[in-house]
Design a protein around this ligand. Structure first.
Ligand code: FRU
Length: 489
């Protein structure tokens, strides 16, 4: 169905109860509803926003269009959790009501200050000629969870040299000064990130562009995030407009980071290494990080991408968030590990150890549609080895290591209902390793694969039939030994 602008910019309060209830029913009956991921009750979810810890709880907001599986008038939907695993049902956090957000409360971040949580976001507006004008806006949440907006935006205009693609402020504090990075497009249609600073969260001064070595790297950088970890400076962002290069940049848009020295906040100079993609799978975008009270740097991403159709659309909803990941650094690269709190979801356990010799094997107890699986392979002389998941009569999802080419492969060609097949159905990533450990989280319609303790991660939605539940282990062209542990969730 084609959505008109009128339909996209309807407000949830203007929709009849019956219509919303009917939509909720359609969504609830969808066979691909997730069981342990954050997903919208109806409509479309995109970027994680305002990821923070405040008043004894984790807070996570997301971009939400309630009325259907398309990008329309965006709200911030608000969820809370004590452990990052069990989330409350949530409610609307920020709704687009004011003139400075007439066409959506767009992405942004949160920071605690003086006993309150400050929410810094982009107010998206369009005039009668559909020309965009972005405002950067502030709202404050108190300990009771009440959110009050500032009466006026704190940044009203785009500085000279940049287009109206200017959004997604990410806030932090250093010393007595507040800083924010904002995703921008230069007038020459290249992407970058700019820096602002403020003494009080109300008055903001444009400092200038972050001076990276990437002068022509896509046409827009969305959702920038800057943080420091183990004495490194890390600038994360989602560039649009990169061309595929070998196994890299295969999705419609990318997400990754530059790591280097800490940014000099006076000169804005950033000395860094090459751009590294955060996730080598199919569905990952607009990640956001936060520093938790235990000093952990945690990341959540959108398990989806802009401008991509998804099979759940027919049931009135689209997309979910990734599981939270904990970041650390090894060999000048970010390591991403699933947070240990997820272990509280584990129930029934199965274990298995076996040598495979040029064969595909299934084992008792190893099946399901919702589980966690850890599998370690030691190769002897196989050409490739791995796992088939969600195997049914005609379906399977392949995760394997191609020993000859030293590549991890995630193949969803036969997973089920196709998704974004025009961008390819196989993702690969080179990995120098003697041992391969796959740590896999399977939900009703997704797979997240952490390889070798988070050296690489592959995320992908899969739309298999509910009855496609078998798991198989295989080695081709020789022998490989494996050890597997599986927990139902
Ligand atoms: C990224 C993005 C952001 C924007 C938001 C709107 O997916 O395009 O740049 O703020 O989504 O929903």
């Amino acid at each position: 169905m084609e959505w008109t602008n009128e339909q996209r910019y309807r407000r949830i309060e203007d929709v009849a109860r019956e219509e919303l209830d009917a939509l909720k029913m359609r969504v609830a009956n969808c066979l691909w509803r997730q069981t342990f991921h954050i997903q919208p009750e109806t409509g479309l979810l995109n970027d994680p926003n305002g990821f923070s810890y405040f008043n004894g709880e984790y807070h996570l907001f997301y971009q939400w269009f309630p009325l259907g599986p398309v990008h329309g008038l965006k709200y911030w939907y608000h969820m809370k959790s004590k452990d990052l695993v069990h989330w409350d049902n949530g409610r609307i956090g920020i709704e687009p009501k004011e003139y400075f957000e007439s066409h959506g409360v767009y992405s942004g971040s949160a920071l605690e200050y003086n006993g309150k949580l400050y929410l810094f976001y982009t107010g998206n507006t369009r005039d009668e000629n559909w020309i965009r004008h972005p405002y950067q806006c502030m709202a404050v949440m108190d300990r009771q969870g009440k959110i009050a907006k500032f009466a006026e935006p704190v940044i009203r205009s785009v500085p000279a040299g940049y287009t109206d693609h200017f959004r997604d402020p990410k806030l932090w504090k250093q010393g007595d000064t507040f800083y924010a990075v904002i995703g921008a497009q230069r007038v020459n249609k290249t992407g970058c990130a700019v820096l602002y600073r403020s003494p009080d969260l109300t008055h903001w001064e444009f400092v200038g562009e972050i001076e990276t070595g990437l002068q022509t790297f896509g046409f827009m950088w969305e959702c920038p995030d800057y943080f420091e970890l183990e004495n490194n400076g890390i600038l994360m962002f989602s560039p649009q407009g990169l061309q595929p290069e070998g196994d890299f940049y295969q999705n419609i848009y990318q997400s990754g980071y530059l790591m280097g020295e800490k940014i000099n906040l006076e000169t804005r100079c950033f000395i860094h290494g090459e751009f590294i993609e955060l996730d080598r799978g199919f569905d990952f975008y607009a990640p956001q990080t936060m520093l938790d009270p235990n000093g952990r740097r945690l990341l959540v991403g959108w398990m989806g991408l802009p401008d991509i159709e998804t099979p759940t659309s027919v049931n009135g909803w689209a997309h979910c968030l990734t599981l939270p990941r904990e970041l650390s650094i090894k060999n000048n690269k970010l390591i991403q590990q699933p947070i240990p709190e997820l272990q509280t979801l584990r129930t029934q356990k199965q274990e298995m150890e076996e040598t495979l010799n040029n064969e595909i094997q299934a084992f008792n107890g190893f099946e399901g549609a919702v589980y966690e699986l850890i599998c370690e392979f030691h190769n002897k002389d196989a050409d490739e080895f791995g796992i088939h998941l969600r195997v049914g009569e005609k379906e399977k999802t392949i995760i394997k290591f191609d020993w000859l080419n030293k590549k991890v492969v995630f193949d969803r060609s036969d997973s089920g209902e196709p998704v974004a097949a025009e961008y390819g159905t196989v993702r690969k990533c080179r990995l120098e390793a003697e041992k391969i450990k796959f740590h896999i989280f399977v939900d009703s319609s997704s797979v997240e694969i952490f390889v070798n303790d988070g050296e690489e991660v592959f995320t992908g939605r899969i739309f298999s039939k509910p009855e496609s539940r078998k798991i198989q282990f295989f080695a081709i062209g020789g022998e490989a030994r494996f050890k597997a542990m599986k927990w139902d969730y």
